[in-house]
Design a protein around this ligand. Structure first.
Ligand code: PEP
Ligand code: MN
Length: 338
Protein backbone atom coordinates (compact mmCIF):
# COMPACT_ATOMS: atom_id res chain seq x y z
CA UNK A 1 0.00 0.00 0.00
CA UNK A 2 1.05 3.57 -0.66
CA UNK A 3 0.28 6.58 1.53
CA UNK A 4 0.07 9.80 -0.46
CA UNK A 5 0.76 12.86 1.69
CA UNK A 6 -0.84 16.24 1.01
CA UNK A 7 1.39 18.73 -0.86
CA UNK A 8 1.53 20.92 2.25
CA UNK A 9 2.16 18.12 4.74
CA UNK A 10 4.90 19.09 7.20
CA UNK A 11 7.94 17.05 8.18
CA UNK A 12 6.24 16.44 11.50
CA UNK A 13 3.17 15.01 9.70
CA UNK A 14 5.39 12.71 7.65
CA UNK A 15 7.39 11.59 10.69
CA UNK A 16 4.19 10.87 12.60
CA UNK A 17 2.92 8.57 9.83
CA UNK A 18 6.30 6.84 9.54
CA UNK A 19 6.43 6.26 13.32
CA UNK A 20 2.90 4.82 13.37
CA UNK A 21 3.62 2.45 10.50
CA UNK A 22 7.00 1.27 11.76
CA UNK A 23 5.44 0.94 15.23
CA UNK A 24 3.14 -1.68 13.73
CA UNK A 25 6.22 -3.65 12.62
CA UNK A 26 6.01 -2.62 8.95
CA UNK A 27 8.80 -1.17 6.81
CA UNK A 28 8.52 2.18 5.00
CA UNK A 29 10.19 3.65 1.94
CA UNK A 30 9.93 7.39 1.38
CA UNK A 31 9.63 8.97 -2.03
CA UNK A 32 10.14 12.71 -1.74
CA UNK A 33 8.75 14.13 -4.96
CA UNK A 34 8.76 17.72 -6.11
CA UNK A 35 5.23 18.35 -4.82
CA UNK A 36 4.53 15.72 -2.25
CA UNK A 37 5.95 12.83 -0.27
CA UNK A 38 4.73 9.30 -0.85
CA UNK A 39 5.23 6.61 1.76
CA UNK A 40 5.47 3.02 0.55
CA UNK A 41 4.46 0.46 3.16
CA UNK A 42 6.08 -2.97 2.99
CA UNK A 43 5.15 -6.00 5.08
CA UNK A 44 2.10 -7.95 6.14
CA UNK A 45 -0.79 -5.55 5.55
CA UNK A 46 -3.08 -7.44 7.96
CA UNK A 47 -1.54 -5.61 10.90
CA UNK A 48 -2.68 -2.28 9.45
CA UNK A 49 -6.28 -3.36 8.77
CA UNK A 50 -8.60 -1.19 10.78
CA UNK A 51 -5.90 1.39 11.54
CA UNK A 52 -7.21 4.79 10.39
CA UNK A 53 -4.17 5.98 8.40
CA UNK A 54 -6.31 8.44 6.45
CA UNK A 55 -7.24 10.21 9.67
CA UNK A 56 -3.64 11.17 10.42
CA UNK A 57 -2.82 14.84 9.77
CA UNK A 58 -1.27 15.51 6.38
CA UNK A 59 -2.45 12.27 4.74
CA UNK A 60 -4.28 12.82 1.46
CA UNK A 61 -5.15 9.23 0.56
CA UNK A 62 -4.18 5.61 0.91
CA UNK A 63 -3.76 3.65 -2.33
CA UNK A 64 -3.77 -0.14 -2.20
CA UNK A 65 -1.19 -1.65 -4.58
CA UNK A 66 -2.19 -4.94 -6.07
CA UNK A 67 1.01 -5.55 -8.06
CA UNK A 68 3.81 -7.52 -6.41
CA UNK A 69 6.20 -4.62 -7.03
CA UNK A 70 5.72 -1.24 -5.40
CA UNK A 71 8.88 0.81 -5.13
CA UNK A 72 9.54 0.61 -8.87
CA UNK A 73 6.07 1.80 -9.78
CA UNK A 74 4.94 5.25 -10.88
CA UNK A 75 2.29 5.13 -8.18
CA UNK A 76 5.09 5.23 -5.62
CA UNK A 77 7.02 7.91 -7.50
CA UNK A 78 5.30 9.91 -10.19
CA UNK A 79 8.30 11.75 -11.68
CA UNK A 80 10.82 9.81 -13.72
CA UNK A 81 13.93 9.01 -11.70
CA UNK A 82 17.22 10.54 -12.71
CA UNK A 83 20.16 8.48 -11.47
CA UNK A 84 23.23 10.58 -10.81
CA UNK A 85 26.35 8.62 -11.66
CA UNK A 86 29.14 10.87 -10.42
CA UNK A 87 27.68 13.90 -12.19
CA UNK A 88 26.36 12.07 -15.28
CA UNK A 89 22.56 11.91 -15.22
CA UNK A 90 20.81 8.73 -16.39
CA UNK A 91 17.15 9.52 -17.12
CA UNK A 92 15.51 12.91 -17.46
CA UNK A 93 16.04 14.97 -20.58
CA UNK A 94 19.43 13.65 -21.46
CA UNK A 95 20.31 10.48 -23.29
CA UNK A 96 23.20 8.41 -22.01
CA UNK A 97 25.46 6.20 -24.13
CA UNK A 98 27.48 3.33 -22.68
CA UNK A 99 29.88 1.76 -25.15
CA UNK A 100 32.93 -0.44 -25.29
CA UNK A 101 34.00 -4.01 -25.87
CA UNK A 102 32.05 -7.04 -24.73
CA UNK A 103 35.05 -8.13 -22.65
CA UNK A 104 38.17 -6.45 -21.35
CA UNK A 105 40.81 -8.37 -23.29
CA UNK A 106 43.99 -6.35 -22.79
CA UNK A 107 45.13 -2.91 -21.67
CA UNK A 108 45.76 -1.77 -25.25
CA UNK A 109 42.42 -3.07 -26.55
CA UNK A 110 40.53 -1.40 -23.72
CA UNK A 111 42.30 1.96 -23.93
CA UNK A 112 41.85 2.08 -27.69
CA UNK A 113 38.15 1.32 -27.37
CA UNK A 114 37.78 3.84 -24.53
CA UNK A 115 39.39 6.67 -26.48
CA UNK A 116 37.29 5.87 -29.54
CA UNK A 117 33.94 5.82 -27.73
CA UNK A 118 34.85 8.95 -25.77
CA UNK A 119 35.69 10.79 -29.01
CA UNK A 120 32.29 9.79 -30.39
CA UNK A 121 30.48 11.24 -27.36
CA UNK A 122 29.80 8.24 -25.08
CA UNK A 123 29.74 8.97 -21.35
CA UNK A 124 30.32 5.42 -20.12
CA UNK A 125 32.81 2.71 -20.95
CA UNK A 126 31.39 -0.80 -20.79
CA UNK A 127 33.44 -3.99 -20.68
CA UNK A 128 33.19 -7.25 -18.80
CA UNK A 129 36.00 -8.34 -16.50
CA UNK A 130 33.96 -11.34 -15.37
CA UNK A 131 32.26 -12.96 -18.37
CA UNK A 132 29.34 -15.35 -17.90
CA UNK A 133 29.79 -17.39 -21.10
CA UNK A 134 27.47 -19.99 -22.57
CA UNK A 135 30.41 -22.38 -23.05
CA UNK A 136 32.87 -23.09 -20.22
CA UNK A 137 35.62 -23.22 -22.88
CA UNK A 138 35.04 -19.63 -24.02
CA UNK A 139 37.10 -16.71 -22.67
CA UNK A 140 35.99 -16.11 -19.08
CA UNK A 141 37.41 -12.63 -18.53
CA UNK A 142 40.49 -11.10 -16.88
CA UNK A 143 38.73 -10.69 -13.52
CA UNK A 144 40.45 -8.30 -11.08
CA UNK A 145 43.16 -7.42 -13.64
CA UNK A 146 40.35 -6.39 -15.98
CA UNK A 147 38.83 -4.20 -13.27
CA UNK A 148 42.19 -2.44 -12.83
CA UNK A 149 42.33 -1.78 -16.57
CA UNK A 150 38.83 -0.33 -16.49
CA UNK A 151 39.86 2.00 -13.65
CA UNK A 152 42.91 3.10 -15.64
CA UNK A 153 40.71 3.79 -18.67
CA UNK A 154 38.45 5.94 -16.50
CA UNK A 155 41.44 7.87 -15.24
CA UNK A 156 42.72 8.47 -18.76
CA UNK A 157 39.40 9.38 -20.41
CA UNK A 158 37.03 10.55 -17.67
CA UNK A 159 34.46 7.97 -18.82
CA UNK A 160 32.32 6.32 -16.15
CA UNK A 161 32.68 2.55 -15.86
CA UNK A 162 29.86 0.00 -16.07
CA UNK A 163 30.88 -3.62 -15.64
CA UNK A 164 29.20 -6.88 -14.70
CA UNK A 165 29.17 -8.48 -11.29
CA UNK A 166 28.42 -12.19 -11.58
CA UNK A 167 28.22 -13.36 -7.96
CA UNK A 168 27.71 -12.11 -4.43
CA UNK A 169 31.36 -12.63 -3.43
CA UNK A 170 32.66 -10.23 -6.05
CA UNK A 171 30.27 -7.36 -5.24
CA UNK A 172 32.85 -5.59 -2.99
CA UNK A 173 35.66 -5.95 -5.57
CA UNK A 174 33.54 -4.74 -8.49
CA UNK A 175 32.09 -1.90 -6.37
CA UNK A 176 35.63 -0.74 -5.58
CA UNK A 177 36.32 -0.12 -9.30
CA UNK A 178 33.02 0.40 -11.11
CA UNK A 179 30.70 3.42 -11.22
CA UNK A 180 27.72 1.20 -12.08
CA UNK A 181 27.28 -2.49 -11.24
CA UNK A 182 25.81 -4.48 -14.12
CA UNK A 183 23.61 -7.47 -13.35
CA UNK A 184 23.53 -9.60 -16.48
CA UNK A 185 20.60 -11.29 -18.18
CA UNK A 186 21.65 -14.70 -16.84
CA UNK A 187 21.57 -13.39 -13.28
CA UNK A 188 18.39 -11.34 -13.40
CA UNK A 189 16.65 -13.81 -11.11
CA UNK A 190 19.65 -14.53 -8.89
CA UNK A 191 17.89 -13.15 -5.84
CA UNK A 192 20.92 -13.37 -3.56
CA UNK A 193 22.89 -11.27 -6.03
CA UNK A 194 20.00 -8.79 -6.35
CA UNK A 195 19.93 -8.39 -2.56
CA UNK A 196 23.71 -7.98 -2.44
CA UNK A 197 23.76 -5.20 -5.06
CA UNK A 198 20.76 -3.72 -3.24
CA UNK A 199 23.04 -3.24 -0.24
CA UNK A 200 25.90 -1.86 -2.33
CA UNK A 201 26.63 1.86 -2.55
CA UNK A 202 26.76 1.92 -6.37
CA UNK A 203 23.96 2.33 -8.94
CA UNK A 204 22.87 -0.91 -10.62
CA UNK A 205 22.19 -1.59 -14.29
CA UNK A 206 19.68 -4.45 -14.38
CA UNK A 207 19.50 -6.34 -17.65
CA UNK A 208 16.32 -8.13 -18.56
CA UNK A 209 16.58 -11.91 -18.36
CA UNK A 210 16.37 -13.56 -21.77
CA UNK A 211 13.20 -15.41 -20.75
CA UNK A 212 11.86 -12.92 -18.22
CA UNK A 213 8.48 -11.26 -18.45
CA UNK A 214 8.19 -7.53 -17.82
CA UNK A 215 6.61 -8.38 -14.47
CA UNK A 216 9.54 -10.59 -13.45
CA UNK A 217 12.02 -7.92 -14.56
CA UNK A 218 10.23 -5.25 -12.50
CA UNK A 219 10.18 -7.58 -9.50
CA UNK A 220 13.93 -8.10 -9.87
CA UNK A 221 14.35 -4.30 -9.64
CA UNK A 222 12.05 -4.31 -6.60
CA UNK A 223 14.45 -6.75 -4.86
CA UNK A 224 17.28 -4.24 -5.31
CA UNK A 225 15.23 -1.24 -4.18
CA UNK A 226 13.80 -3.08 -1.21
CA UNK A 227 17.35 -3.33 0.16
CA UNK A 228 17.60 0.47 0.04
CA UNK A 229 19.38 1.00 -3.27
CA UNK A 230 17.01 3.18 -5.33
CA UNK A 231 19.54 3.78 -8.10
CA UNK A 232 18.43 1.19 -10.60
CA UNK A 233 18.73 1.51 -14.39
CA UNK A 234 16.73 -1.00 -16.43
CA UNK A 235 18.27 -2.42 -19.61
CA UNK A 236 16.29 -4.19 -22.35
CA UNK A 237 18.66 -6.57 -24.14
CA UNK A 238 16.36 -8.82 -26.12
CA UNK A 239 14.44 -11.97 -25.27
CA UNK A 240 14.54 -15.51 -26.62
CA UNK A 241 11.86 -16.20 -29.23
CA UNK A 242 11.41 -18.66 -32.11
CA UNK A 243 13.26 -16.25 -34.42
CA UNK A 244 16.79 -17.43 -35.07
CA UNK A 245 18.04 -14.96 -37.66
CA UNK A 246 18.76 -12.68 -34.72
CA UNK A 247 20.40 -13.82 -31.47
CA UNK A 248 17.51 -12.37 -29.46
CA UNK A 249 14.36 -10.42 -30.28
CA UNK A 250 14.75 -6.85 -29.09
CA UNK A 251 11.50 -6.10 -27.28
CA UNK A 252 11.07 -2.36 -27.72
CA UNK A 253 7.46 -2.54 -26.56
CA UNK A 254 8.90 -3.48 -23.15
CA UNK A 255 10.71 -0.15 -23.07
CA UNK A 256 7.49 1.80 -23.56
CA UNK A 257 5.68 -0.49 -21.12
CA UNK A 258 8.27 -0.21 -18.34
CA UNK A 259 8.49 3.55 -18.79
CA UNK A 260 4.75 3.80 -18.31
CA UNK A 261 4.61 1.46 -15.30
CA UNK A 262 7.82 2.54 -13.61
CA UNK A 263 9.73 5.74 -12.83
CA UNK A 264 13.09 4.01 -13.41
CA UNK A 265 15.21 4.95 -16.44
CA UNK A 266 15.33 2.34 -19.20
CA UNK A 267 18.19 1.91 -21.63
CA UNK A 268 18.47 -0.44 -24.62
CA UNK A 269 21.26 -2.79 -25.67
CA UNK A 270 20.81 -3.36 -29.42
CA UNK A 271 24.06 -5.36 -29.57
CA UNK A 272 22.92 -8.34 -27.49
CA UNK A 273 19.36 -7.52 -28.55
CA UNK A 274 20.10 -8.50 -32.15
CA UNK A 275 23.51 -10.21 -32.15
CA UNK A 276 24.02 -8.87 -35.67
CA UNK A 277 26.33 -5.91 -36.28
CA UNK A 278 24.37 -4.44 -39.19
CA UNK A 279 21.15 -4.35 -37.13
CA UNK A 280 22.65 -2.45 -34.20
CA UNK A 281 22.37 1.03 -35.71
CA UNK A 282 18.77 0.75 -36.96
CA UNK A 283 17.65 -0.68 -33.62
CA UNK A 284 19.53 2.03 -31.74
CA UNK A 285 17.56 4.61 -33.72
CA UNK A 286 14.31 2.82 -32.92
CA UNK A 287 15.21 2.57 -29.23
CA UNK A 288 15.66 6.33 -28.96
CA UNK A 289 12.43 6.91 -30.86
CA UNK A 290 10.49 4.64 -28.49
CA UNK A 291 11.68 6.70 -25.53
CA UNK A 292 14.70 4.85 -24.17
CA UNK A 293 16.88 6.90 -21.81
CA UNK A 294 20.07 5.62 -23.36
CA UNK A 295 21.94 2.92 -25.18
CA UNK A 296 24.51 0.26 -24.42
CA UNK A 297 26.54 -0.62 -27.49
CA UNK A 298 29.43 -3.04 -28.01
CA UNK A 299 32.35 -1.39 -29.79
CA UNK A 300 35.67 -3.12 -30.48
CA UNK A 301 38.78 -1.68 -32.19
CA UNK A 302 38.89 -4.83 -34.30
CA UNK A 303 35.66 -6.86 -34.10
CA UNK A 304 37.07 -9.69 -36.24
CA UNK A 305 39.65 -10.39 -33.52
CA UNK A 306 37.32 -9.99 -30.53
CA UNK A 307 37.43 -12.75 -27.90
CA UNK A 308 33.68 -12.47 -27.46
CA UNK A 309 30.70 -11.09 -29.38
CA UNK A 310 32.71 -9.88 -32.39
CA UNK A 311 29.72 -10.46 -34.71
CA UNK A 312 27.63 -7.85 -32.95
CA UNK A 313 30.44 -5.39 -32.16
CA UNK A 314 30.77 -2.14 -34.10
CA UNK A 315 34.02 -0.66 -35.31
CA UNK A 316 34.76 2.82 -33.93
CA UNK A 317 33.88 4.24 -37.38
CA UNK A 318 30.49 2.51 -37.41
CA UNK A 319 29.86 3.68 -33.87
CA UNK A 320 30.59 7.26 -34.92
CA UNK A 321 27.88 6.91 -37.59
CA UNK A 322 25.44 5.50 -35.04
CA UNK A 323 26.07 8.45 -32.71
CA UNK A 324 25.44 10.98 -35.49
CA UNK A 325 22.12 9.37 -36.38
CA UNK A 326 21.05 8.90 -32.80
CA UNK A 327 21.74 12.58 -32.06
CA UNK A 328 19.24 13.47 -34.82
CA UNK A 329 16.51 11.20 -33.43
CA UNK A 330 17.25 12.42 -29.89
CA UNK A 331 16.70 16.01 -30.97
CA UNK A 332 13.35 15.05 -32.53
CA UNK A 333 12.40 13.48 -29.22
CA UNK A 334 13.39 16.61 -27.30
CA UNK A 335 16.39 14.86 -25.77
CA UNK A 336 20.08 15.67 -25.89
CA UNK A 337 23.14 13.54 -25.38
CA UNK A 338 24.23 13.86 -21.72
C1 PEP B 1 27.11 -8.05 -21.49
O1 PEP B 1 26.54 -6.95 -21.55
O2 PEP B 1 28.32 -8.15 -21.50
C2 PEP B 1 26.30 -9.28 -21.38
C3 PEP B 1 26.86 -10.44 -21.06
O3 PEP B 1 25.01 -9.09 -21.67
P1 PEP B 1 23.72 -9.97 -21.27
O4 PEP B 1 23.80 -10.20 -19.79
O5 PEP B 1 22.61 -9.07 -21.68
O6 PEP B 1 23.80 -11.23 -22.07
MN1 MN C 1 28.71 -9.25 -25.12
Amino acid sequence: MIIVMQPLASDADINRVVEKITGLGLKVHLSEGRYRTIIGVIGDKKVINGFPVEALPGVEKVVPVTESYKLVSREFKHEGSVIDVGGVPVGGESLVVMAGPCAVESRDQLLEAARAVKDCGAQFLRGGAYKPRTSPYSFQGLEEKGLEMLAEAREKTGLKIVTEVVDTQSVPAVSAYADVLQVGARNMQNYQLLKAVGKAEKPVLLKRGMAATINEWLNAAEYIMNEGNYNVIMCERGIRTFEDYTRNTLDLSAVAAVKSISHLPVIVDPSHGTGVGKLVQPMARAAVAVGADGLMVEVHPNPAEALSDGKQSLTPANFAGLMREVAGIAALMGRRLA
